[in-house]
Design a protein around this ligand. Structure first.
Ligand SMILES: [Zn+2]
Length: 455
């Protein structure tokens, strides 16, 4: 591959905009909502046809739930890396349909946007990969690197079979890099690269002290109060600074790497704007480093809900017999959901033996070291494609199932969103800006070319 190849591909992409848009419109007109098996099936058919027409070998991977689409195309060149693109072909329901300005499954161009359910989340973003691959095949008669694609059919329902898929088809999915485009760019013209995300562990705690609520006078002072027991238990787990006091809670956390630290320091931080955005009076940390450390590299312990006794009008003088707390803990690099859950349970067994735990679920954190050479190539490609320095987010505060790639498949994973920030994903009037779709196609093409460059 030469610099000339890039030029030829860019030129070709420029000439193909209409065709690229047509493919996206065709795909987005299929109502592949999770609850619509026919729509999902139609979508699989259209996509396997398209992938085959590009010269890719395709396979439908059956899972215990919704099948995934797999496609593969090997480069004719020797010793090239393999990139695995992950996307999803299911979409959110369009309801409330009356809030749309255009029919959700009749994709419509208005101004410089394509409106329709799934145009951005996620059809427009993985279609960008397909269009880039197609351009390489058309222009070069080859792809620069080995390419694999996996299209999930149930991402919007939490990808219940993704881990199973990675465990079952590990060999088929083996790659040197996983590349995910979902969600939105930093701005319409400034790309964002994410190298990891926090995990999430959630559970319920119940405390029951009596068969019914009791009279707070007749029995006041002589029987236990479930609400007080819950308050004491929870406050024994976190101190006044928000530091978790459960034994071993922080023990396995991996240190922040120098590349992660460097990226964190370059991020913007404007407390006033953030306060306005979050609708809060103040941030917990005025200091940028502390703010991002707590958002990316430190776990949380959040009370999501706390219910006990009476909270209505007037007074009701009772001793509550039951208290319930819903908790979620965002996990960071090095922490494992089950290990932390066991530590929480062990703490509670000593602090409040009446506490009953249930509804455990967890998603592991995912980390990719930003200084890896293959990751540096992605960064370089994105810089070239957008002609601007990307914003680098070492860890996303929220949770994604990317641990399936980094921990089960053991492949470095980057997430480079192609959607416009106002894409309205999951909401009425979802849209993909045409300029973002086309710049996404260029970005994928550039990534393929850059990965083929010798180190
Ligand atoms: Zn979504």
């Amino acid at each position: 591959m030469t610099a000339n190849d890039a030029e030829k591909i860019y030129e070709y992409l420029e000439s193909q905009k209409e065709a690229q848009l047509k493919e996206l419109i065709r795909l987005s007109s299929i109502p592949s909502v999770g609850t619509n098996p026919e729509g999902l099936e139609d979508c699989r058919m259209l996509l396997t046809d398209l992938l085959r027409s590009m010269g890719m070998r395709t396979e439908i991977l059956e899972t215990p739930t919704v099948p995934a689409i797999f496609a593969e195309l090997k480069t004719k060149q020797e010793n090239m890396p393999t990139v695995l693109f992950y996307g999803h072909y299911d979409v959110m329901p369009a309801e409330p349909v009356e809030s749309w300005n255009t029919p959700p499954f009749n994709p419509t161009i208005v101004g410089d946007r394509l409106f329709g359910r799934g145009t951005a989340d996620n059809k427009g973003q993985f279609m960008a990969h397909l269009m880039a691959i197609r351009a390489c095949v058309e222009v070069l008669g080859d792809v620069p690197v080995n390419i694999k694609i996996i299209l999930d059919g149930e991402e919007e329902s939490g990808s219940p079979s993704l881990e199973w898929l990675a465990e079952t088809y590990g060999d088929l999915l083996r790659a040197d890099l996983v590349y995910v485009s979902d969600s939105s760019m930093y701005s319409d013209t400034v790309p964002l690269i994410c190298y990891g995300n926090r995990g999430d562990l959630s559970f319920d705690i119940d405390i029951t002290t009596a068969e019914t609520d009791n009279h707070s006078g007749n029995k006041g002072g002589v029987i236990e109060n479930a609400a007080w027991k819950m308050v004491k238990l929870l406050s024994s787990m976190v101190d006044e600074e928000g530091h978790v006091t459960i034994d071993g809670f922080y023990d396995t956390i991996l240190p922040v790497s120098s590349a992660q630290e460097e990226m964190m320091e370059k991020l913007d931080f404007d407390p006033e704007t953030l306060c306005r955005l979050y609708g809060v009076k103040r941030l917990k940390f005025e200091d940028k480093k502390e703010h991002y450390r707590h958002l990316m590299f430190l776990p949380t312990f959040t009370i999501n809900g706390l219910v006990s006794g009476y909270g209505g009008e007037g007074s009701k003088t009772i001793i509550p017999c039951h208290a319930k707390a819903k908790i979620d803990i965002r996990l960071v690099q090095g922490q494992k959901g089950l290990d932390i859950y066991e530590k929480v349970c062990r703490h509670a067994a000593k602090a409040e033996p009446d506490a009953v735990f249930s509804e455990y679920s967890s998603m592991e954190p995912s980390v990719t070291e930003p200084s890896l050479p293959i990751i540096a190539k992605v960064r370089e490609a994105i810089r070239k494609a957008y002609q601007v320095e990307p914003v680098n987010m070492p860890v996303l505060g929220a949770s994604l199932p990317n641990y399936v790639f980094t921990d089960v498949l053991k492949v470095p994973t980057v997430s480079v969103p192609y959607g416009n920030p106002d894409e309205n994903n999951h909401a009425p009037n979802e849209n993909m800006k045409l300029s973002c779709y086309f710049s996404g196609i260029r970005a994928t093409a550039q990534v393929l070319l850059e990965l083929a460059e010798a180190k």
